[in-house]
Write a protein that binds this ligand. Structure first.
Ligand code: GLU
Length: 483
């Protein structure tokens, strides 16, 4: 039997991180077993669903690199299927029509709840007499179709949690078809999973209670249920369920914030699963190779943004120059720092700049702030940097001497600049840092940054001299007494 798995999101216009994790686990399971990964859009609940609303889902799956083998299928395009299956249950006497209006139901619920009793459908329509029923039908009263939950217990073997059992009295006679014949989630899910020959249902823990209803439906329809595996919930750092409150929750938000898809998937897979060794960095191929459900944890997982940033930084660091350029380019373009002209005339330089900056970047967006000074004409000085390194006695003079020394250099290579700077420091009787710190501020406006000599090398002679001159003037102006 070949593995067939699916994800079944509702078309909310975006892919939630939780659903992305579910998708990744399904995809890895399918790839590990040479199975089939399917996308089904559960859109029967959505008042006006359109294909446009799945674009965000498709875009996110593509970004994550989770390719589909089948789908997207839309439940809204399969609406004929559900009443047919309901008919079978009607013939078997496993369902009944319910004529209660939402108003009646909420009134009765209120009364029950007021007495401190938990509400469950009171089976009023199950005890209607033949005449009452005929009367309701004659008046054309809208009716839903409810499943008659049998007595006893329902249990199943969860692939993550082991055997789970529930008393059927805890389950109400749930609706299968609404009055307009549209199916509810549990019914459509079972009909579709069966029709699509799904072998393993892999989804979040929040669906465990639905699983009992679904198993009851499989039994009533006399269909063998698939295996069920429920993944632990993803929690925010405050241990509450991950939600908008915790910041970004849609996959495209993470893309826009500058995470690499491989890093993001590597981080996601560790939310609820462990490779069983210390190793945390795993390529896609390695994941496909070793992924199994034995190592899925049954306790909740915390979405730790700091860890995600750290992992992403490691992934960025390992990118080859060309791959890094491709990844960072959209962000640099968006910030207006790089255009096609620069790209075609100074590609090599750009590759070197990114290589120099990558060590400090956690997100792709960081390159904008870390390297802006390479791309703009006038450096923006950071106030703290100015105070600390331009405020020292004699700094203007030192920078002048440095500028003059560098201006005379014919060979402006990294090593020659370094020798010249260190030689000048000796000559002035100061430590090299008394030159290194202020020239860094002059060139970048910042206190910290990449190795100074590599920086000067990439900045080039002309810009280095111009920026030093600018800094010298700035220092003079700042230190001269107000007139
Ligand atoms: N539409 C459901 C959801 O988005 C699908 C659950 C399932 O996988 O059965 O949570």
């Amino acid at each position: 039997m070949s593995v067939r798995v699916r994800i079944a999101p509702s078309p909310t216009g975006f892919l939630h991180v939780g659903t992305a994790r579910t998708a990744l686990f399904n995809w890895l399971f399918a790839r590990h077993n040479q199975g089939t990964f399917i996308l089904r859009i559960e859109d029967t609940d959505v008042a006006r669903s359109s294909e446009g609303m799945v674009e965000g889902i498709l875009e996110s799956l593509k970004w994550l690199g989770l390719n589909l083998d089948e789908g997207p299928y839309f439940q809204s395009q399969r609406l004929g299927l559900y009443p047919k299956e309901a008919e079978k249950l009607l013939e078997k006497g496993r369902v009944y029509h319910c004529y209660c209006t939402p108003e009646e139901l909420s009134k009765r619920k209120e009364e029950v709840v007021r007495k401190g009793i938990p509400w469950k459908y009171d089976r009023r329509c199950l005890s209607l007499t033949k005449e009452e029923r005929e009367g309701l039908e004659e008046r054309g009263t809208p009716k839903a179709l409810r499943f008659m939950v049998p007595e006893g217990k329902t249990s199943y073997e969860d692939g993550v949690h082991g055997r789970i059992e529930r008393e059927n009295v805890e389950i109400e006679d749930f609706i299968l078809l609404r009055s307009d014949e549209r199916p509810t989630y549990n019914f459509a899910c079972v009909v579709d999973d069966a029709e699509m020959r799904i072998t393993h249902v892999i989804r979040g823990d929040d669906h465990i209670s639905n699983t009992f209803k679904q198993i009851l439906l499989y039994k009533a329809l006399e269909i063998k249920p698939p295996e069920f595996l429920h993944l632990p919930l993803i929690l925010g750092e405050d241990r509450s369920k991950l939600s908008k409150r915790h910041g970004a929750i849609s996959v495209t938000d993470y893309r826009d914030q500058g995470y690499l898809p491989d890093a993001f998937c590597n981080f996601l897979v560790l939310l609820g699963w462990s490779p069983g060794e210390e190793k945390e960095f795993l390529t896609r191929e390695e994941l496909i190779e070793i992924f199994s459900f034995e190592r899925v944890r049954d306790s909740s997982a915390i979405f730790d943004v700091k860890k995600l940033d750290w992992m992403n930084g490691q992934y960025i660091n390992q990118l080859e120059d060309e791959a890094l350029l491709e990844a960072v380019l959209p962000y640099l373009k968006k910030a207006g720092l790089v255009d096609e002209g620069l790209l075609s005339t100074k590609r090599q330089w750009l590759l070197q700049v990114l290589n120099l900056l990558k060590e400090r970047a956690k997100r792709l967006t960081d390159f904008v702030g870390l390297g802006e000074y390479f791309f703009i004409d006038e450096v923006k000085y950071d106030l703290k940097a100015v105070k600390k390194h331009f405020g020292e006695n004699g700094v203007g003079k030192r920078l002048q001497a440095l500028r003059d020394t560098l201006a005379e250099l014919e060979d402006f290579s990294l090593s020659s600049v370094e020798t010249a700077l260190r030689g000048l420091a000796d000559q002035l009787g100061v430590s090299a840092s008394k030159l290194i710190h202020p020239i860094r501020v002059a060139l970048t406006g910042q206190q910290v940054g990449p190795s100074l000599f590599e920086l000067v090398d990439l900045m080039g002679k002309e810009r280095t001299i111009t920026r030093l001159t600018h800094a010298i003037r700035f220092i003079e102006k700042e230190s001269s007494p107000p007139k």
